[in-house]
Design a protein around this ligand. Structure first.
Ligand code: TXE
Length: 478
C-alpha cells in the first residue's frame, strides 16, 4: 500500500520525495510505504488550511454536518475494508477492529455532526442593566496528532469536532499506523470535502508533529500519545500560548472489593487487561483485590488468562500482534524488570512464536505478576502491553491510597455492590474517569481525559466543541 499526503484536496508524496517503510506487525514484514514528510509539507498543509478557513467557517452548520455524515456513511460502507486495513497495520484482531475501532470512528463523525447543531452558549443578565452572551467561534487552523493504538478511532475523535466547529485541520496520524487515515483521505475526496478543509500529513513525530507544534499559524493542538511526547509539545507550544488538549498515558487501577459481583468483575478484569493486547490507555494494569477473595480471584483469573489465544490477527484470536518492534522490545523489557524487582510470574512472560506467515511477528503472551509492591517501577510506569499485576489490599483506605499513588490519573475501575462505597471512592479517586462496575462503556457526551500526568483538558461532547472554539464574551448594556 502506497500512502500519500492529502494537502489542498490533492494526494501527493512528501515534497522531499523521501519515504518510510510501513510494517505489518503480525509478520514483521514491510508491506507498504508512507511519505517521510517534513516542515515544508506541514507549511504547505497549513497554507492550504488557512486559505480554506474563511469559507469553511462561514459554511452553514447544516452543510458541515451533512458532509461529516456523508463521510460517516462512506466509512460504514467500507467497514470491512477499513477493519482489515486497521488489523493488518496495527496487529489487532480483525474482529475487534470490525466491532470497535471502525464503528466508533463512524459514531465520532455522526455524533459531532449532530452535536454541533445543538451547541449553544450561555447568556447572563447582569443586574438588570446588561445582557452578556458568549460567542463561540472557530479558532482557525487546528492541529490534530494521534497515536497508533486505536488509529482511526482516535484520529476521528479529534478531526470530527474540529471540523464540525468550523475549523480547518492539519492532522498527523502515527507513522506506525497510517493506513486507515490514508483510506480516510480517499473517502474525504469521495464525500466532496472542499480542498484544504482537512489536510493529512504523514511522517515522523519529531519532524511532522514537531513542525506542527512550532508553526505559528496553528494556534491549537489536540494530541493523544505518550506523556513524554505531550511534555515536548507543551514545551514547544507554551511560548506561543497555543491552546492544548493533551490525552496522555495511564497506569490504571482496577479495584475489586469482596462485595463485587464476582463473575462480572472477573470477566471484565480479563477484558480490561488484555483487549487490544493491553494497548489502550484505559486498560487496567494494576488489579487491586480485597484480601478475603484474593486467592480465589488469582486462581480464577490466571485460569482465564491461560485460556486466551494469541495468534494471527486475521484468525480472530483474543490477542493479536504487538504494534512495532520497539514496542515489542519495550514490553519484554518490562517483563524482565518485573522479575528483577521480585515479581512472581503467574502466567505468560514470553514472546509467542506463531507458525506460518506470522513466524517473525511480534507476539507476547498475556502476562500476570504478583508479589510486587505498588511503589515499584513495574507498578508505576506505563507498560502499554499485555502485562498486569495483582496486588491484595485489606481496607478501603488502603485500596484508595494505592490507587492514587501514581503520577498518572486517567481511568480507575471500581467493583463493588455497595452504593455508598462507590460514591465515596469515586469522589476520592484522582482520575479523569471512574468506571463503577463496568469498563470502556463510552458515552460521547461525557468529558474524556486525565488528571495529573495523564493530560490537560477534556475532550468529548461540549468539552471538545469548547476546546475547538474561541469564546468571546459580548456584553450589551440596555
Ligand atoms: O507514542 P508517541 P510512542 C504511551 C505508551 C507508549 C508510549 C510511547 O506508554 O509506550 O506512550 O509511545 C507523535 N511532536 N502511549 O512513542 O511518540 C507520533 O508521531 C509532536 C499512550 O509510540 O507519543 C504519534 O503521531 N508529535 C497513548 C503521536 O505523537 C510527536 C497512545 C503519539 O506517539 C512528537 C500511544 C513530537 N516531538 C502511546 N513525537 C495513549 N494515551 O493512548 C512523536 N509524536
Amino acid at each position: 500500500m502506497e500512502i500519500l499526503n492529502y494537502i489542498n484536496g490533492q494526494l501527493q508524496p512528501a515534497l522531499s520525495g523521501s519515504w518510510l517503510d510501513n510494517y505489518e506487525p503480525a509478520t514483521a514484514q514491510v508491506y507498504g510505504r508512507l511519505p517521510d514528510s517534513g516542515a515544508e509539507d506541514v507549511a504547505a498543509a497549513t497554507i492550504s488550511a488557512k486559505a480554506a478557513f474563511p469559507a469553511w467557517a462561514k459554511t452553514p452548520v447544516g452543510e458541515r454536518a451533512r458532509l461529516l455524515n456523508r463521510l460517516a456513511d462512506l466509512i460504514e460502507r467500507d467497514l470491512d475494508k477499513l477493519a482489515a486495513a486497521e488489523s493488518r497495520d496495527q496487529g489487532k484482531p480483525v474482529a475487534l477492529a470490525t466491532r470497535m475501532d471502525i464503528p466508533r470512528a463512524v459514531d465520532n463523525f455522526r455524533f459531532f455532526a449532530t452535536a454541533i447543531q445543538h451547541f449553544a452558549s450561555e447568556s447572563h443578565h447582569t443586574d438588570g442593566a446588561a445582557i452578556n452572551y458568549t460567542l463561540r467561534q472557530p479558532i482557525g487552523v487546528v492541529g490534530c496528532i494521534s497515536p497508533w493504538n486505536l488509529p482511526l478511532y482516535l484520529f476521528s475523535w479529534k478531526i470530527a469536532p474540529a471540523l464540525a466547529a468550523g475549523n480547518t485541520v492539519v492532522a498527523k496520524p502515527s507513522e506506525i499506523t497510517p493506513a486507515t487515515a490514508y483510506l480516510l483521505c480517499e473517502l474525504c475526496i469521495e464525500a466532496g470535502f472542499p480542498a484544504g478543509v482537512l489536510n493529512i500529513v504523514f511522517g515522523l513525530g519529531p519532524k511532522v508533529g514537531q513542525a506542527m507544534s512550532e508553526h505559528p499559524d496553528i494556534p491549537a493542538i489536540s494530541f493523544t500519545g505518550g506523556t513524554l511526547t505531550g511534555a515536548t509539545i507543551a514545551r514547544t507550544a507554551a511560548p506561543m500560548f497555543k491552546k492544548l488538549s493533551l490525552e496522555l498515558g495511564g497506569k490504571n487501577p482496577n479495584i475489586i472489593f469482596a462485595d463485587a459481583d464476582y463473575d462480572k468483575a472477573l470477566n471484565s478484569a480479563v477484558r480490561s487487561s488484555f483487549t487490544n493486547q493491553g494497548e489502550i490507555c484505559l486498560c487496567g494494569s494494576r488489579l487491586l483485590i480485597e484480601r478475603s477473595i484474593y486467592e480465589r480471584f488469582r486462581s480464577d483469573f490466571v485460569a482465564k488468562v491461560k485460556a486466551l489465544t494469541v495468534d494471527d490477527p486475521i484468525t480472530n484470536p483474543d490477542l493479536g500482534a504487538i504494534v512495532s518492534q520497539p514496542h515489542f522490545e519495550k514490553v519484554l523489557s518490562y517483563i524482565q524488570l518485573a522479575q528483577e524487582e521480585g515479581g512472581k510470574l503467574l502466567t505468560g512472560g514470553k514472546a509467542v512464536k506463531v507458525s506460518g506467515r506470522c513466524e517473525k511477528g511480534w507476539f507476547i503472551e498475556p502476562t500476570v505478576f504478583e508479589n510486587l509492591p505498588n511503589s515499584c517501577r513495574t507498578n508505576q510506569e506505563e507498560i502499554f502491553g499485555p502485562v498486569v499485576t495483582l496486588i491484595p489490599f485489606d481496607t478501603e483506605a488502603e485500596a484508595l491510597a494505592m490507587a492514587n499513588d501514581t503520577v498518572y490519573g486517567l481511568a480507575a475501575q471500581l467493583w463493588t455492590e455497595n452504593l455508598s462505597r462507590s460514591q465515596r471512592m469515586s469522589s476520592a479517586l484522582k482520575f479523569g474517569i471512574v468506571w463503577v462496575n463496568c469498563w470502556l462503556l463510552r458515552d460521547l457526551r461525557t468529558p474524556f481525559g486525565g488528571a495529573k500526568a495523564s493530560g490537560v483538558g477534556r475532550e468529548g461532547g461540549w468539552d471538545a466543541l469548547k476546546f475547538f472554539t474561541e469564546a468571546t464574551n459580548v456584553c450589551i448594556r440596555y
